[in-house]
Design a protein around this ligand. Structure first.
Ligand code: SF4
Length: 233
């Protein structure tokens, strides 16, 4: 089915990576996600990250062993598999604007996340996100994962979410409680509200910075606001 062309005022669907791009530059987000005027080209580190995610997904599901070059991750995988509770990999979760679960491709899909590895142990949940780059902490994705986890798993009272840094084999955990559910959403919805405001006004301001260096609009030489240092990069 052909994708519908963007119309000003339309409901903007979002995910942690979309929010991340929007925060850098709303025009870059608009051209990438809404207008699709720039091709999606994965960098080498992103391609490597995808390969490692697929290997770990298969290993967690018991479908394949880790290849020799990633065997060093086996103890980490075993520690997760052997921890108490049910283990799941690559959990896709989508909610609609009424904060209800819905399908990934449903017409009312509003926010989508993918949880790389998950454990459910009674009222306690764990949601881990593999990271292949250098450690750097952004709480947004962890909080969003937990908030959506509380919707999908009503029996969970506490969710620990963590970035799992594969280079250093370290975890950055955060613990969330269902009692803070409303406050979590108040914080999480600030950026999506700004995205929706841009759509309503059909105004997507440019915000130059080092991200101009990999921006597709800049590569096509269509942005007069691009940072001088990266113009036409
Ligand atoms: S070149 Fe820079 S300012 Fe212009 S759209 Fe891209 S990221 Fe934004």
């Amino acid at each position: 089915m052909a994708r519908k062309a963007y119309e000003p005022g339309q409901v903007i669907t979002w995910s942690p990576s979309r929010v991340n791009t929007f925060k850098k530059c709303s025009r870059m987000f608009h051209e990438e996600a809404n207008l699709r005027t720039v091709p999606f080209v994965q960098s080498e580190p992103q391609l490597y990250g995808d390969r490692v995610h697929k290997m770990l997904d298969k290993r967690i599901k018991g479908e394949a062993e880790l290849p020799i070059e990633e065997k060093h991750l086996e103890p980490l995988v075993l520690s997760l598999l052997n921890a108490p509770g049910r283990t799941m990999a690559e959990q896709k979760m989508t909610i609609n604007a009424k904060f209800e679960p819905t399908g990934w491709f449903s017409d009312d899909a509003w926010c989508r996340i993918i949880v790389d590895v998950m454990k459910i142990n009674g009222p306690h949940g764990f949601m881990g996100d593999w990271k292949t780059g250098k450690p750097n902490f952004d709480q947004y994705q962890l909080k969003l994962n937990a908030a959506i986890g509380f919707i999908f798993y009503p029996s969970l009272e506490q969710i620990t979410t963590a970035y799992i840094w594969l280079k250093t084999k370290t975890l950055d955990p955060e613990v969330y409680h269902r009692s803070n559910y409303n406050r979590m959403w108040q914080e999480l919805l600030q950026e999506p509200a700004r995205m929706q405001e841009c759509s309503n006004r059909n105004h997507w301001p440019e915000r130059p910075g080092k991200h101009c260096g990999w921006c597709g609009v800049n590569k096509q030489q269509r942005c007069t606001s691009a940072s001088e240092k990266y113009k036409g990069a």
